[in-house]
Design a protein around this ligand. Structure first.
Ligand code: GLY
Length: 608
């Protein structure tokens, strides 16, 4: 039977690259979020007729009455407080925490646990991340690192064949791909250090979401399809433990509008509520993670889990035209590269948006920033990183001087050491007191390593794929090391007052996209919604990619004539940001990304 189901599934997936139409037999009827548990808990992993813990209101639904994709407004306005995330349910939970007296950290932690439930393919208990925090009372900022580390047995040789060649896929799929997860320790550290609520208050909503269910949206259902190869064994056509949790009873991706649960994950959340970090890093959940990772060829041990520690460090900072940027330090490259881009841009006039000059300038800057990133950036506990050189204005001025505005060039990395001084799924939350939290967290690829902590419904990351498997690289894998990231949770100030908050998924494209959002607001006077909707450009590795539907094709012809290698990538947003902006009167506007590859996304900005 399972074999037949798997074959059916293969057929459906092959036919359905993006769409998941079909009638939504149980589209939620109410437009009010349910604040109390549904009276009839779902009785199976996929309960088509159940009521989800939170019903998505009509105006935030990415599907119509026929189950077909539809777009909605992802923008919001507020006077005092706001949350912006990629899922309505997570935003509603965060807003509820704020309205009930929690601060931005309480809300961010509650949203973090909730996102792991209803967007399990992007982040969750099996992953890790970063948090940039601003505390209004003291004016302090801090950067919390809860990214995965390499297990103690993860040596380079495990990823190389007998000829010393990298074994393709070994860092991306299966047990060796899994880094020691940091999310639980990180979120609990933030709560205990800066929050005001207890674990029951901030994690119970996520538990309820997992236990009673959430709604399969257009994007969610499609994403289950993207995880097909991890959900059905290609050789035997048997449904895998991951498929058992995320496919419906017919072995298919859940129908849009249906209610899905992850009761195994709810069990893990309950243990965390009860025991704190020990509920995850020790005992039955830890054992399940280690057993699942080792059965899939990995090397993680119980000791690796018990030893995991998140830590706080100084964020990296930079200035741009009177704005102060505070962002992620190493082991992320994101904040550093964001500031390097801004510093280089300060050397030039503000060219007309989407003009040949503006796109040329961005591409030349991207090429240099990505070259430096590859040469110098890695876990600072294992290698020296010239952080103050990379973020220094003088170094950026030197790089900017290499740019020829008439032609495209190629660039080697430069020497930031000479400029060293004495001294590195995103969502954003601001509360009434002015505390700000920007979080980016991830399991890396969609559906991570494809390995599930069996019995606990936890998708395990493949963050080991962010290492380089070359002994010459500063970012080479080493036991206990954290792989280089690009995640860029960022807060921005103007004259000491909050001006902007940005965060996004999108791997190595994150800081390039967020820095464009930043200049869209600062240089081009756009509001949050316009800044998100604007054209995007990326020139990370020599090819200028663009998603610019309203820009004249002649612009790109001219860029090609200047020597740019051009590739149109229509509908590819590269990165899917959440953005909050503050105006001088204290009004708050927010927005989340509208679409990815033509699919309507689920995010929203909610506030009061
Ligand atoms: N895994 C994506 C990042 O950390 O940048």
């Amino acid at each position: 039977m399972k074999r037949f189901i798997a074959l059916m599934l293969a057929l459906v997936m092959a036919l359905s690259v993006v769409g998941c139409g079909g009638a939504a037999s149980s589209a939620p009827a109410s437009s009010e979020p349910a604040s109390e548990p549904a009276s009839e808990p779902a009785s199976s992993e996929v309960a088509e007729e159940a009521t989800p813990y939170i019903v998505i209101p009509e105006e935030y639904r990415s599907w119509d009455e026929n189950g077909d994709p539809q777009q909605f407004s992802h923008a919001g306005e507020a006077g005092s407080a706001m949350v912006a995330s990629s899922k309505y349910e997570a935003s509603a939970i965060g807003l509820d925490i704020l309205k009930n007296g929690g601060n931005a950290i309480d809300a961010a932690v509650a949203m973090g646990f909730a996102l792991g439930v209803c967007e399990p393919f992007t982040s969750g208990l099996g992953g890790g991340g970063f948090m940039t925090i601003y505390l209004a009372e003291t004016g302090e900022t801090t950067f919390l690192n809860f990214r995965e580390v390499a297990p103690s047995g993860a040596t380079l040789d495990k990823y190389l064949d007998e000829n010393g060649e990298f074994i393709s896929g070994s860092s991306a799929y299966g047990g060796l791909a899994v880094g020691v997860p940091g999310e639980v320790a990180g979120l609990l550290h933030a709560l205990e250090t800066y929050g005001t609520m207890d674990r029951e208050q901030v994690i119970r909503p996520a538990y309820n979401l997992a236990d009673q269910g959430w709604t399969a949206t257009t994007y969610y259902s499609t994403s289950v399809g993207w995880g097909y190869s991890s959900m059905v064994d290609e050789e035997t056509n048997e449904i895998t433990p991951m498929g058992e949790v995320f496919l419906n009873e017919e072995g298919l991706q859940p129908e849009v509008g249906s209610v899905v649960t992850n009761k195994d994950y709810a069990k893990a959340l309950d243990l965390i509520i009860e025991q704190g970090r020990d509920g995850f890093y020790k005992g039955e959940v830890a054992q399940a993670i280690v057993d699942s990772v080792q059965a899939a060829g990995g090397v993680m041990t119980l000791e690796d889990l018990a030893n995991y520690e998140p830590y706080e460090t100084e964020p990296v900072t930079g200035d741009y035209k009177g704005y102060s940027i505070v962002s992620s330090s190493v082991p992320s490259s994101g904040g550093t590269c964001f500031i390097q881009i801004a510093n280089m841009l300060e050397n030039f006039e503000v060219y007309e948006k989407d003009s040949v000059e503006q796109i040329h300038l961005l591409s030349e800057i991207h090429k240099m920033v990505y070259a430096d990133r590859a040469e110098y950036m890695a876990d600072i506990k294992f290698t020296d990183v010239p952080l103050s050189g990379l973020t220094s204005q003088e170094y950026a001025d030197k790089l900017a001087a290499k740019i020829d505005m008439t032609k495209a060039q190629t660039y080697e990395y430069d020497d930031p050491w000479a400029f060293e001084g004495d001294n590195t799924n995103g969502y954003v939350v601001v509360d009434e007191m002015g505390n700000m939290v920007a979080v980016t967290k991830t399991v890396n690829y969609y559906w991570g390593s494809g390995v599930l902590a069996d019995g606990y419904g936890i998708v395990l990351n493949n963050q080991m794929d962010d290492f380089v498997y070359d002994a010459e690289s500063v970012n080479v894998v080493e036991p206990g090391k954290t792989p280089l990231s690009s995640m860029t949770p960022t807060v921005v100030f103007k004259d000491g007052k909050p001006a902007m908050m940005l965060s996004a998924p999108g791997g190595y494209t994150i800081f390039s996209m967020l820095s464009q959002l930043f200049i869209n607001v600062v240089d081009y006077g756009m509001n949050a919604e316009e800044a998100i909707a604007a054209a995007r450009y990326l020139c990370a590795f020599g090819t200028l990619q663009y998603d610019a539907p309203n820009v004249d094709e002649a612009v790109f012809e001219e860029l090609a004539a200047m020597g740019h290698d051009i590739s149109a990538t229509p509908g590819k947003r590269f990165s899917l940001p959440s953005l909050i902006c503050f105006d001088a009167e204290g009004n708050i506007t927010g927005c989340t990304e509208y679409e990815d590859e033509g699919l309507p996304l689920d995010g929203c900005a909610l506030g009061y």
